[in-house]
Design a binder for this molecule. Structure first.
Ligand code: C2E
Ligand code: CA
Ligand code: CA
Length: 761
């Protein structure tokens, strides 16, 4: 007996040791990861600092133009011309041929008519850009593409509005770009030793000048439109979209990306002129260069130090935990002898004997648990607990009648075999047990009351399974918390519980086989864009196909159980791979296709290597970026939004979109919305039902939709069943709906037919 106890302790210690090492290693990686992201953040900051420093340099050049242009504007506004000829003479002499001004061409506009187009060959599209700006009567600077020069952006134009002039209401002056960005760059490049390349772009995104490449592996010498060029180099359309947005809106921003295993920082700073951004400086820096000029040694030491301290903490935790565990095991093993009560095996034998001796009697197995037993054990200590248990046991034993027996299972759980005559008598017996236990209490430094709850199985249906099974069923009645209690806090095993136990047994017995046989089927429910009326993606929803009855089991039945037995991880992975395969098939067979959302359970999402699987699978099937959205439930986000934030960042970096599902079903928190960079907000269907009942509810719904939009999320409403709901959501500004009104979840062939009918391709 003693050796088995020791072995048990040994095994547990080993498991614990493994767990602690695992913890240390994952934490070390976690810290490394955190460290890496902080390095990225810091590098972005530095990169922006350098980029805006460069922007300032160019701004001086641009300012010189502006001064000249303002002077011309002033001069013309001051003058009175007697006729058009006089104006033109001034225009030619003072502006176009005056070398100090440096303009190479000029044009003027009057009443929206352009005059004197003297052969400056800019592009058609540029022409309208210039004219539009000329009509806007605002002083501004633009980059112009010269079509003679292979789309190089070699000229900049200044639009100069004039006041009360009879012959022109604005003139446009063209300057050579080298005035702003000299060919021999003025930048002291030694000051930016980390530079990979620097581009100056117009607000529209054309490359104005290509300044410096120390590591010219991208062949950017061909002047082109910045956007296409960067998409080709970086291969991440969303990132380039974000950069373009920054350039266009005149915001400074930095992003990180990887290429061929090397991390880079891409940043943009604007050269603002006249309050408007005319140009932006865009740089690509290798992260290693930006971050660590000579600091890699300190980094290594820092990381080693972190790992070392983690090791020490790990060893400490290990020793404390093992000591505690050993004590715990001692408590559980000793309880029976201290209480002088039968263990489970002895109880089962004794109960069995009684049942055999009394074939005409109906019995009940009662399992009785002490509420908060573990907590009390931890806080009051084993002596206090033993003392309380002993008193309770003695009193309960006194209440036993002839041919009845009791035992102790574990962790504050007693078991009884008592006679069962009818429910009233049983109720009385249970009431007595509860009162007897309640009259006692754990009496230590502080006292804690003892309250009992439990489950009952009776043999009154004429079925007498073996005692082990009866105990198991009594426990399942105790645990069937979705049903009401029958006697005090005791629940009697009944038909309903029976059905769910049978169902759960069936599920647990068959789930692995069903996965192997591919009986889990993915359905697709299309979503509809409110504004266009077109298909706006779909959600993958799993069902369990039972070939014997040719029917599907709904996820609401099996997912809660899979979450408790962890099978959900396998199922979520399976569903995701099926979705990837489906996308592949659709592309190969030219089926219509739309972006797909997949659900992940909180259990799956909490695995330490959660992102890896999804990223690997996406790469394996070569799925395009931003095609797949991962849905996390609001309740999971609420529980653990800090780690979810990192998960989202990682998923974003690998081309996934993220959605917050069932929003409004739990503790909806605006904070979560603000903290988590989700791409999509899915309003729960119950929320929508409620949301329509009063003016006040509508206001709340509207403000959530507005908030989602402010945070640049796509707002989707689920469970839309009626046209009234659709119209209401439309008026509240919701983007997209999902629900039976548009379509039920469809089996894949029907889904393809649905998309075909909507003529997507
Ligand atoms: P969910 O993610 O909120 O999915 C939407 C549910 O609403 C689906 O239930 C869908 O059939 C149902 N629904 C759609 N439109 C309407 C409507 O107009 N009216 C009503 N009353 N219901 C509508 P379903 O398919 O039974 O899925 C239930 C839940 O099971 C899902 O809720 C999701 O949480 C979970 N689930 C489904 N597939 C997966 C999966 O692959 N992995 C994980 N972890 N969970 C899944
Ligand atoms: Ca969902
Ligand atoms: Ca949902």
């Amino acid at each position: 007996m003693k050796t088995t106890k020791k072995e048990l302790i040994k095994i547990i210690s080993r498991i614990l040791l493994c767990m602690v090492f695992f913890l240390i290693i994952t934490s070390a990686f976690g810290i490394l990861f955190m460290y890496k992201s902080s390095v990225k953040e810091e590098s972005k900051f530095r990169s922006l600092y350098y980029t805006s420093d460069m922007a300032d340099k160019y701004l001086e050049n641009l300012d010189n133009h502006k001064k000249k242009v303002l002077k011309i504007q002033d001069d013309i506004n001051q003058q009175e011309f007697n006729d058009k000829l006089e104006f033109l003479e001034y225009y030619n002499r003072e502006i176009l041929t005056n070398e100090d001004i440096g303009a190479i061409y000029g044009r003027y506009f009057f009443d929206e008519v352009e005059y004197k187009s003297d052969g400056f060959p800019y592009e058609e599209s540029e022409h309208s850009k210039i004219i539009n700006n000329a009509y806007s009567h605002e002083l501004m600077c633009l980059g112009v593409i010269n079509s003679d020069r292979q789309f190089a952006l070699e000229t900049i134009a200044y639009v100069v509005p004039l006041k009360n002039n009879d012959y022109a209401d604005s003139i446009i002056l063209f300057f050579p770009v080298t005035d702003v960005v000299p060919e021999e760059t003025e930048l002291d490049l030694a000051k930016y030793p980390m530079s990979e390349m620097i581009l100056v772009c117009s607000r529209e995104g054309e490359i104005l000048s290509f300044v410096e490449v120390t590591n010219n592996q991208y062949d950017l010498h061909i002047h082109s439109v910045l956007y296409d060029k960067l998409v080709t180099i970086i291969g991440d359309k969303e990132l380039v979209d974000n950069l373009t947005y920054a350039v266009y809106s005149g915001k400074d921003n930095a992003f990180d990306f990887s290429l061929g295993g090397v991390d880079y920082i891409l940043s943009a700073s604007s050269i603002r002129n006249n309050g408007l951004t005319s140009f932006s400086i865009i740089t690509i820096f290798a992260l290693s260069k930006v971050h660590s000029i000579g600091s890699s040694l300190t980094d290594t030491i820092l990381v080693l130090l972190i790992i070392f301290s983690l090791l020490i903490i790990g060893v400490l935790i290990y020793s404390i935990v093992t000591r505690n565990k050993i004590q715990r095991i001692k408590v559980d093993n000793d309880t029976h002898s201290v209480l002088n009560i039968a263990k489970e095996d002895k109880f089962v034998k004794a109960a069995n004997d009684i049942i055999i001796r009394n074939p005409a009697t109906t019995f009940a197995i009662v399992v009785a648990d002490i509420r908060h037993y573990e907590y009390n054990l931890e806080h009051l200590g084993e002596d206090v607990i033993f003392d309380g248990l002993k008193r309770v046991k003695n009193l309960l034993a006194k209440s036993l009648q002839l041919e009845e027996t009791m035992g102790y299972l574990n962790n504050g759980r007693f078991v009884f075999l008592i006679h069962y005559r009818d429910n009233d008598i049983l109720a009385e017996r249970i009431r007595n047990m509860v009162l007897v236990a309640g009259s006692q209490g754990f009496k230590g430094g502080r006292t804690a009351s003892i309250s009992l709850y439990g489950g009952i199985y009776s043999t009154d249906k004429g079925i007498t399974p073996n005692v082990n099974k009866m105990i198991e069923l009594a426990i399942s009645a105790e645990e069937a918390t979705e049903y009401p209690c029958d006697f005090m806090e005791f629940r009697m095993y009944n038909e309903t519980i029976h059905e769910s136990v049978v169902q759960n047994d069936y599920i647990e017995l068959n789930m692995e086989k069903a996965l192997e046989h591919k009986d889990f089927k993915v359905f697709f429910q299309p979503k509809q864009s409110i504004s266009t009326g077109l298909v706006d993606g779909c959600e993958a929803l799993v069902r369990w196909y039972n070939p014997e009855i040719n029917d599907y089991m709904q996820p609401g039945v099996f997912i809660p159980l899979f979450e408790s037995n962890m099978f959900i991880i396998k199922l979520d992975h399976y569903v995701f791979e099926s979705v990837c395969q489906y996308i592949n098939d659709a592309i190969e067979n030219s089926f219509p296709l739309c972006p797909i959302s997949v659900n992940v359970s909180r259990i799956t999402a909490s695995q330490p290597d959660f992102c890896r699987f999804y990223i690997n699978m996406k790469e394996k099937y070569n799925i395009a970026n931003n095609f797949i959205t991962i849905e996390f439930t609001e309740s999971f986000a609420f529980e653990d939004y800090k780690s979810l934030r990192d998960t989202i960042t990682e998923l974003h970096q690998h081309g996934f979109k993220c959605s917050i599902d069932d929003f409004g079903s739990g503790f909806s928190s605006y904070n979560i919305l603000k903290e988590l960079p989700m791409d999509e907000l899915k309003l729960d269907r119950f929320f929508i039902k409620q949301g329509f009942s009063s003016e006040r509810d509508l206001m709340v719904l509207k403000s959530i939709i507005d908030l989602g939009k402010e945070l640049h999320m796509k707002v989707v409403s689920e469970g839309v069943e009626t046209i009234e709901q659709f119209n209401m959501l439309k008026s509240l500004g919701c983007h997209t709906i999902q629900g039976f009104l548009y379509s039920k979840p469809l089996v894949v062939t029907d889904f393809i037919a649905f998309l075909n009918q909507k003529k997507l391709y």
